[in-house]
Design a protein around this ligand. Structure first.
Ligand SMILES: [Zn+2]
Length: 111
């Protein structure tokens, strides 16, 4: 989280209670109040996070914005990326697969 007023950065550890084994959530547009100045603080990165049982957040995937993409497209994309990671697929092959399978999300940044 980052305060829009004073720039203070802080975590959201107590935002969501997580049981043993952690959780996986999607975050988009989350805001809260800055603990220092009370200004509005925003989640800096929208995307999918893995939250471990000790409350640590790990970014799995940045939210990808496409006006034409459906929720199902994002599910497909995530599955594709996870499979690619397991198989050690190279970026170019993944990009081609995305283009073929999820054309609404084909205009992804290549980084
Ligand atoms: Zn602040």
């Amino acid at each position: 989280m980052r305060c829009a007023r004073c720039g203070h950065r802080f975590g959201l550890e107590n935002f969501i209670g997580v049981g043993p084994g952690g959780a996986r959530i999607n975050v988009a547009g989350t805001t809260t109040h800055c603990p220092l100045c009370g200004g509005v603080a925003r989640q800096e990165v929208d995307g999918e996070f893995d939250i471990s049982a000790d409350g640590r957040w790990r970014l799995l995937a940045r939210a990808l914005r496409s006006p034409d993409a459906t929720a199902n497209d994002y599910v497909l994309l995530r599955e594709m990326l996870q499979r690619a990671e397991r198989q050690g697929a190279d970026a170019e092959a993944v990009a081609i697969e995305i283009k073929n399978s999820v054309p609404t999300l084909a205009a992804l940044p290549s980084s």
